[in-house]
Ligand binder design. Sequence first.
Ligand code: APR
Length: 224
Amino acid sequence: MRIAVLSGAGISAESGLKTFRDSDGLWENHRVEDVATPEAFRRNPELVLRFYNERRRAVLEAQPNQGHREIARWEGRHRVVVVTQNIDDLHERAGSTSVLHLHGSILEGRSSKNPNLVFPWTSDMRVGDLAPDGSQIRPNVVWFGEPVPKMEAAAEAVESCDAMVVVGTSLQVYPAAMLTQFAPPEAKLVLVDPKPPAVPPRGCAVIAENASTGLPKAAELLGL
Ligand code: APR
């Protein structure tokens, strides 16, 4: 079976990583939408780099949880593509081998001039740390208002799936939230979230549980 997974911050909640909207979207009393933007980086690069340094350290200390491992388990018998909005590497560390990071990766840095100049970066980032092209480095993450280059590949993965599992996302951020609309009409859809959206995507079965217990139930429902 071809399975497309769309995951969000909620799947990493049980690994101790904060979600965006559970913690009412605030960080040090800043709205995330006000920190994760190109304008904020131009206006106050120290603040933005500090925000991501904290998140990078938390990711490096976190471990994958049962939810990440359950999705990796499905690869034994099925073709699985994980489209994640998360910038952590917990899906990969749990064993998933096909992971599309729609919003980038906190463990990569990039030139602030050339978005294609990307390199691994696991330590704190500071103003004055330069990319090979001499520009100030920045986290290789997609900020609000920036293009989402992997959206086309993500849509193709969903368009060709037999089943789609949506886990740990409030489906409030576009274009990621549109992805369920690309699923073929005959595809089975399952959503796993302890507080599911009021209006789940069309025809979606809802398992109102945490990822660690809800994903094995989704697998049972889909016969994985
Ligand atoms: N298991 C599963 N889902 C959970 C869990 C859990 N243990 N805990 C919380 N959730 C759910 C919440 O109920 C919520 O629906 O995870 C979802 C998290 O939603 P958001 O915080 O909005 O995270 P996400 O949907 O990934 O945000 C999308 O917004 O801030 C931007 O770029 C950022 O990628 C992020 C995007």
